[in-house]
Ligand binder design. Structure first.
Ligand code: TYM
Length: 321
């Protein structure tokens, strides 16, 4: 089974990215045909500083590799190293009703936030569809925020196939309930654009500061607490096994629990969990040419599959004359 997903290099990666997508992708490479890329074309919709984007791209690649993405077991590349995806975007644009894009929440939300919309932001889901269809992906693991984009991808694939025969695999989204939406410091979805993230590779001080900012309710110490509505609990549980979750639940239900103590514990857990990966990431970033080489090999592997699809598309669409 081919499993594909991508991540934007548009800022620090956070726990939402890690539990919503990265962790699953790293696990999948053991049993599936895993395709994973750094979506730098997509990041152009929010980053207009070229130097920052280039730096962010290498950093995102190093982050994934440090966390365990293995370029021998998987196909791992940078989106823009395969401009074929832009050609496919154009072919698919002609099968994309305007209404389908006009209904997209992520577009509407950005406009509501006051971002003046341009064509890149509007066409974002078509490019994402091209990412998925170019590699004939069966499954796409994502967080819940990408659900509608996956529906768009399926709609476009079906429309193209209806016209030209079975050219594309129609992809299935994979959204696990327990990590569909990792909450941020304020309880809303953890997101760079809300400024409510806990970032993955930080020094102790800023990490501790972020975790101490997690919003909790004003239940007095001597009263039992409700784990289900507690942000801090919802983040902490991601690092625990079933027995650990049960134990933490019992502590919540027992009077005397102090949120400050739980935050300190969570800080230590997050710090210790990411410490080895932070070191590994530093080592990788110290050799940018080595990283570029790894990514170039990944792009070659990806191109082989992309070309197969593009040969069909060019022929079906009438570009071979
Ligand atoms: P991006 O870069 O915003 O996020 C990468 C992945 O992290 C997930 N995620 C979350 N999951 C749970 N809780 C959260 N708080 C949370 N925040 C982020 C996202 O759902 C995503 O899976 N458009 C995509 C990138 C992309 C892509 C693709 C994905 C481009 N082409 C093709 C799949 C297939 C995006 O912006 O992800």
């Amino acid at each position: 089974m081919r499993v594909l997903s991508g991540i934007q290099p548009s800022g620090a990666l956070h726990l939402g990215n890690f539990f919503g997508m990265m962790k699953k992708m790293i696990e999948y490479q053991e049993q599936e045909d895993l395709f994973c890329f750094i979506a730098n074309y997509h990041a152009m919709t929010s980053v207009s500083d070229g130097k920052a984007l280039a730096k962010g791209t290498l950093e995102a690649a190093a982050s994934f590799l440090a966390l365990g993405m293995d370029p021998e077991k998987s196909t791992f590349w940078v989106q823009s190293d395969l401009p074929e995806v832009q050609e496919l975007t154009w072919a698919l644009s002609n099968f994309t009703p305007m209404g389908l894009l006009e209904r997209c929440h992520s577009y509407k939300d950005k406009v509501a936030q006051g971002i003046s919309p341009n064509h890149g932001l509007f066409a974002y889901p078509v490019l994402m569809t091209a990412d998925i269809l170019l590699f004939q992906s069966d499954r796409v693991p994502v967080g819940k925020d990408q659900k509608q984009h996956l529906e768009v991808a399926r709609d476009i694939a079906i429309k193209y196939n209806n016209e030209y025969g079975e050219v594309f695999t129609v992809p299935e989204p994979e959204i696990d309930d327990d990590v569909a939406t990792v909450p941020g410091l304020d309880g809303r979805k953890m997101s760079k654009s809300y400024g409510n993230t806990i970032d993955l590779f930080q020094e102790e001080k800023p990490l501790r500061k972020q975790i101490m900012r997690i919003v909790t309710d004003p239940t007095p110490v001597e009263e039992p607490k409700n784990p289900d509505t507690c942000n801090l609990f919802q983040v902490y549980r991601l690092f625990l096994d079933d027995a650990g979750v049960e134990e933490l639940t019992q502590r919540y239900l027992t009077p005397g629990l102090r949120y400050g103590d739980v935050k300190q514990e969570l800080f230590e857990v997050v710090r210790d969990f990411f410490a080895p990966y932070t070191e590994k990431r530093k080592e990788l970033l110290a050799d940018p040419d080595g990283l570029r080489k790894t990514l170039a090999v990944g792009a070659e592997k990806a191109r082989y599959v992309a070309n197969k699809t593009m040969r069909k598309v060019r022929k079906k669409s009438g570009l071979v004359y």
